[in-house]
Design a protein around this ligand. Structure first.
Ligand SMILES: Nc1nc2c(c(=O)[nH]1)N[C@H]1C(S)=C(S)[C@@H](COP(=O)(O)OP(=O)(O)OC[C@H]3O[C@@H](n4cnc5c(=O)[nH]c(N)nc54)[C@H](O)[C@@H]3O)O[C@H]1N2
Ligand SMILES: Nc1nc2c(c(=O)[nH]1)N[C@H]1C(S)=C(S)[C@@H](COP(=O)(O)OP(=O)(O)OC[C@H]3O[C@@H](n4cnc5c(=O)[nH]c(N)nc54)[C@H](O)[C@@H]3O)O[C@H]1N2
Ligand code: SF4
Ligand SMILES: [Mo]
Length: 736
């Protein structure tokens, strides 16, 4: 859909606001049962019901009463139920003489346990790694964390959330003293000025965009989108600031300079609730609009106007996602965004907040239960009291808890060094989504690989020594926390196909067979949730007052929720007290690395070799490595193969037309895709969606995975890869 069509669709949606349609249902009156769920894709967390007829899933409808989506579902959400009806992985498999052969669960698990025991005996806990996913519900992620850290005692647990939100996590902890988005979705409805910074909600978080756009249309809110590409979000905003990729730090320092110079700041708030202002002011002294303009490619008028609106609008919300998290100096960019809100006192108030858009439906849950980098319940690895609490609650010796946690990059480096021998991959597809595929796939080849997924074939499955078929969303019960800290319930609507088992069952079974019966004999997900609640007590993510019944009858609840009569918490920091020792938020003075400015990055030689800036991201109708969306005809028809966007001017220069085959080449690898000539992208830039894998590595002419091109350049604080900035060249290619 192009931008004008999108606009038309948006208006139709606005008209339909209170008239929600039912999708995929020919005979609504014939539905036997509507079962409560939460959409299983993104962390907007839309509430819906799945329609069951004759024990089959046949339909979906949004929940009109939901404060999140008021009945609306986006394109992905509407068709998601179909992902339950397509061909699935239903039988465990093991590799014998190079071929995957079907076996029973007992046989598969015997091999898993034998290999785990061997690795634990020879290498100790560090020989084993688990890589999981923000697609799983809280309960399953909690169980994985308990097994990995509390029982096996390995530091090698990470999740795909490292690739997604880890810079936001580090940034919030550094600025506020703890993780957690401070605001809520209501802020999107009532802000007067919305700064959309490195995000594309019109396509990636459509039901939030609906609220933002409605605010613009109905209340006259002013929207500025800062993005190198003219996305649908950018085109429908009041202004689009087409920033040079990689220059976020320069832009935000420039805004800070203007706010301080013009005294558009809240001196009372700064004095009472923050520390570090003098250093911050000093650090932006040189960042005049002229300097900022030079570094960002934006005009001084654009920059001044943005600063003025930020300062002079009564309520301001900054929305950000991967254009920040996966950009250069990403943690520090989050700090700079927090700074803007702190020095203007625009935080903890209705309509005013930095609002990070979380990616996957369970990515927030992952942060809460410590499924990635942190210790369960936002506890700290280096706090002996925290370690003791966890050990007591898990009934394990405190020494068994690892001292720290390793990122997926470190884990892969340890595979290369031969230190990690067994890699258990749950609900993520690293053979598409991790950077530097050539190196990544070598490591997958090297290690004993257990792959636990809902579809087969899938790219990472190619490297499996054991494949375990799992139940997916709709086939199991659990909770998910969305981007406004709202915990919602998703109930099981139907049984998994064939022999597929829930991830919780698989984890419990492996734990028990390793001899850890005591810690893992839950009767089901609700029992896990009840146990997790005890670990959350007294923590920032306190869920003690929640239970499944309340989550169902109350439309989800926002943490913290300390007791049964507590309604949940819409906004954090309303009292201006921040969970740091001083009670004040820290204003970070950030030095801009020369890397941030593309001119500095490219030395003359590489500028000739790789003259284009490469940006990777997403498109509306596909989700991640497409294991689900390519199996749904309605979505796959809209876009079924990889492509590279190139500007009209560059296309003329290179004599490339839309539909021509091109090779995109970086220092890490190449792909071959069709060109898409467009005015949405600036001259000198290339955009490639990362959804398209190469399932058959032998079919080299179909090599389309964008991550052949990316490198393991990570943010040094969060260890999140910098997917949004590489340098490439483009060559015209012929038919094969
Ligand atoms: N349809 C669909 N929806 C999804 C997903 C999906 O795969 N498909 N995935 C979900 C997940 S897990 C996530 S994390 C979210 C991601 O949601 P988004 O972050 O909104 O999506 P992206 O396309 O990754 O990146 C957003 C924008 O950042 C811009 N950008 C690149 N470099 C820079 C820069 O230097 N500065 C600035 N300011 N901007 C820059 C890109 O041009 C891009 O338009 O989407 C979620 N929703
Ligand atoms: N170049 C580039 N690379 C990127 C990004 C980018 O913008 N650019 N974005 C990054 C981001 S933000 C993210 S979040 C990652 C996503 O990257 P991945 O996590 O690799 O993407 P998915 O395709 O969602 O993989 C999830 C897998 O889990 C399976 N699955 C789904 N539900 C279940 C379940 O309930 N149980 C089990 N066992 N399996 C299940 C699916 O079939 C699928 O194979 O990609 C990252 N990679
Ligand atoms: S906005 Fe996200 S949560 Fe809502 S229906 Fe779409 S994909 Fe699902
Ligand atoms: Mo993500």
């Amino acid at each position: 859909m192009n931008a004008p069509e999108m606009l038309k669709a948006m208006h139709e949606l606005l008209d339909e606001e209170n008239n929600v349609t039912y999708e995929g249902m020919e005979f609504p009156e014939q539905i036997d049962q509507w079962i409560l769920s939460t959409c299983g894709y993104c962390a907007v967390g839309c509430r819906l019901y799945l329609g069951i007829r004759n024990s089959q899933i046949v339909s979906v409808r949004g929940d009109k009463n939901s404060p999140v989506n008021k009945g609306r579902l986006c394109l992905k959400g509407r068709y998601q139920w179909k992902a339950l009806t397509v061909e699935r992985a239903t039988v465990p498999m093991v590799r014998r003489n190079g071929e995957m052969v079907k076996v029973s669960w007992d046989e598969a698990l015997d091999i898993v346990i034998e290999k785990m025991r061997e690795v634990l005996l020879n290498e100790g806990p560090e020989g084993l790694a688990i890589y999981s996913s923000g697609l799983l519900p809280l309960e399953e992620q909690y169980a994985i964390g308990k097994l990995a850290r509390g029982y096996i005692g390995t530091p090698n647990l990470d999740a795909n959330t490292r690739l997604c939100m880890s810079s936001t996590v580090s940034g919030f902890i550094r600025s506020f003293g703890q993780d957690g988005p401070p605001g809520c979705y209501e802020d999107l409805d009532i802000a007067d000025f919305l700064l959309l910074f490195g995000c594309n909600p019109a396509e990636m978080h459509p039901n939030l965009w609906f609220r933002i756009f409605r605010n613009k249309e109905r209340r006259g809110a002013y929207l500025i989108t800062v993005d190198p590409r003219a996305t649908v979000t950018a085109r429908q905003s009041n202004a689009h600031l087409a920033i040079l990729p990689g220059s976020n730090v320069a832009f935000l320092k420039g805004l800070t300079h203007i706010l301080i110079r013009e005294k558009w700041i809240d001196e009372g708030f700064i004095a009472e609730h923050t520390e570090g202002f003098d250093k911050l002011a000093e650090s932006v002294q040189e960042c005049t609009p002229e300097v900022t303009s030079q570094k960002t490619g934006l005009s001084t008028i654009e920059i001044m106007d943005c600063a003025k609106r930020f300062a002079q609008s009564a309520a301001v919300t900054t929305i950000f996602a991967q254009g920040v998290n996966q950009s250069n100096q990403s943690t520090e960019v989050v700090n700079l965004i927090c700074n803007l809100h702190l020095i203007t006192g625009k935080i903890g108030k209705t309509g005013s907040t930095p609002l990070s858009l979380t990616g996957q439906v369970g990515a927030m849950s992952n942060r809460e239960v410590g499924g990635g980098g942190s210790l369960v319940g936002y506890r700290r690895w280096d706090n002996p009291e925290h370690r003791k609490e966890v050990a007591q609650l898990w009934n394990i010796p405190v020494e068994r808890l690892p001292q720290f946690s390793k990122s997926i990059l470190q884990i892969f480096k340890d595979i290369e060094l031969g230190k990690v021998k067994l890699f258990w991959n749950i609900a993520t597809n690293p053979a598409v989504s991790l950077p530097h595929q050539e190196w990544t796939r070598k490591q997958l080849d090297k290690v004993f690989c257990i792959v636990q997924d809902v579809y087969y074939p899938m790219e990472t499955g190619t490297y499996a020594d054991v494949f375990l078929p799992a139940a997916q969303w709709g086939e199991k019960t659990g909770t998910f926390t969305n981007s406004e800290r709202r915990v919602s319930l998703a109930r099981k609507a139907l049984d998994p196909p064939g022999d597929a088992k829930t991830d919780l069952w698989i984890i419990q079974e492996i734990a028990k067979r390793l001899g850890f019966d005591d810690g893992f004999n839950w009767s089901g997900p609700e029992a896990v949730f009840e146990e997790w609640k005890r670990l959350s007590r007294g923590c920032p993510v306190n869920m003690s007052g929640m239970n499944y019944q309340r989550l169902e009858s109350e439309q989800g609840i926002q943490w913290p929720c300390p007791d049964l009569s507590h309604p949940g918490t819409s906004r954090l920091y309303e009292d201006g007290v921040f969970p740091r020792k001083s009670g004040r938020a820290l204003l970070w003075a950030i030095e801009e690395e020369s890397l941030d400015c593309p001119e500095h990055l490219r030395n003359p030689e590489s500028r000739v070799k790789y003259p284009f800036i490469l940006n990777t991201g997403r498109i509306r109708e596909q989700f991640h490595s497409r294991t689900k969306t390519k199996r749904i005809a309605e979505l796959n028809l809209l876009s079924s193969e990889g492509f590279a966007e190139i500007s009209e001017r560059d296309a003329i220069k290179l004599e490339i037309r839309s539909g021509d085959w091109v090779r995109i080449i970086t220092e890490n690898g190449w792909i071959r895709v069709r060109a898409k000539v467009t005015s949405d992208i600036a001259q000198g830039s290339i955009f490639v969606p990362f959804h398209f894998g190469d399932l058959d590595p032998k079919e080299r002419h179909l090599k389309q995975a964008a991550n052949h091109l990316t490198s393991f350049r990570v943010d040094p604080i969060s260890m999140q890869p910098r997917y949004k900035l590489e340098y490439c060249r483009v060559e015209k290619d012929g038919e094969w």
